[in-house]
Write a protein that binds this ligand. Structure first.
Ligand code: GLN
Length: 310
């Protein structure tokens, strides 16, 4: 698609989002996120070898939260490969991101690596045989390299704010430990997990960081192409928790959301798209972000379920 046409679509999508009075509700269970102004919106589209196109507050950094789980999964698979699947499933959970329900029923084996329990196990796998600092550094290094941007950093205050209040995640970690599915003390694995969630990026940086998942010829080669297909499949089926079916229906592309209001979406072979609007819908995914992605894909025709238009 021509850049001028794509830019006018982004402007239209941003204008519609900015005009919508219903912004959703910002996550308030993490004190630092409760303070974010809901009246912000950004979208960015990265395509290999072309300037990243943006609209709205695309240079404003936000907490990527669960979007980080995609990068940690890539790092964990790089480290222990398919062994990860002995500890975590690959099925949608149909439950909230922090649900305990299935974990109890399924004896401490989380349904997938994108719900909190599964992400905690995935981070625990990255920690294997490594100091926590080095494990965290390997995740941050991966993100920086994928985005081609060494300025990407962790917001320590957000991480501390979650360490102080993340009781549900501690409950999940202790439950995993009781089933022998955590190899490190909960404080240690969660310390790493909370810091990975506290990575801050702008929409422009996040869109760039997702380029490796487009499998475009000129995209950064961070993982093998067969792994790209698998990560995208998991994003499509599990990336929005109990709202994954809804996102697949509305947007038709693999995506991963975070409670900071960011969503990374991949149009395979075409583009990596990041959207950010802090207010969430009842699935705890960005409300305006989801709606903007639906509008964008309706206007571009980008979908893994239709004939390619680009
Ligand atoms: N750090 C958040 C948590 O563990 C991530 C949740 C999310 O983004 N859905 O609760």
């Amino acid at each position: 698609m021509q850049s001028e046409r794509l830019q006018s679509i982004l402007d239209e999508v941003a204008a519609a989002a900015q005009a919508d009075p219903d912004k959703g509700r910002v996550a308030d269970y993490i004190p630092d996120l409760a303070r974010v102004d809901p009246d912000q919106f950004a979208i960015a589209v990265a395509r290999p070898g072309q300037p990243t196109l943006v609209a709205g507050d695309a240079a404003t950094p936000f907490s990527i939260q669960s979007v980080s789980k995609v990068f940690t999964l890539a790092v964990a698979l790089g480290k222990i490969g398919g062994h990860l699947w002995l500890r975590v499933g690959r099925e949608p959970s149909g439950q909230a991101f922090d649900s305990m329900f299935l974990l109890e029923q399924e004896k401490g084996r989380p349904r997938n690596p994108f719900i909190n329990a599964g992400a905690i196990v995935t981070t625990d796998a990255v920690l294997e045989g490594t100091e926590p600092k080095a494990a965290l550094a390997s995740i941050l290094r991966f993100v920086r390299e994928a985005a081609g941007d060494d300025a990407i950093h962790i917001n320590e205050s957000v991480a501390q704010s979650e360490i102080a209040t993340g009781h549900r995640n501690f409950a999940l970690a202790h439950y995993l430990l009781s089933h022998g599915n955590l190899q490190h003390p909960p404080e240690l694995t969660l310390g790493t997990y909370f810091h990975q969630c506290a990575i801050e990026m702008s929409c422009t940086q996040l869109a760039n960081a997702g380029l490796f998942l487009t499998a475009c010829e000129d995209a950064p080669r961070m993982v093998s192409s067969s792994r790209i297909r698998r990560i995208n499949a998991l994003m499509m089926t599990c990336g929005h928790y109990d709202g994954s079916g809804d996102y697949a229906y509305r947007v038709g592309l693999p995506g991963k959301s975070g409670v900071g209001g960011g969503i990374l979406t991949i149009a395979p072979g075409i583009a990596s798209i990041a959207v950010w609007a802090p207010g969430l819908n009842h699935y705890n995914n960005s409300k305006l972000g989801t709606e903007a992605m639906q509008r964008l894909t309706d206007l571009t025709g980008w979908s893994v379920f239709g004939a390619p238009t680009d």
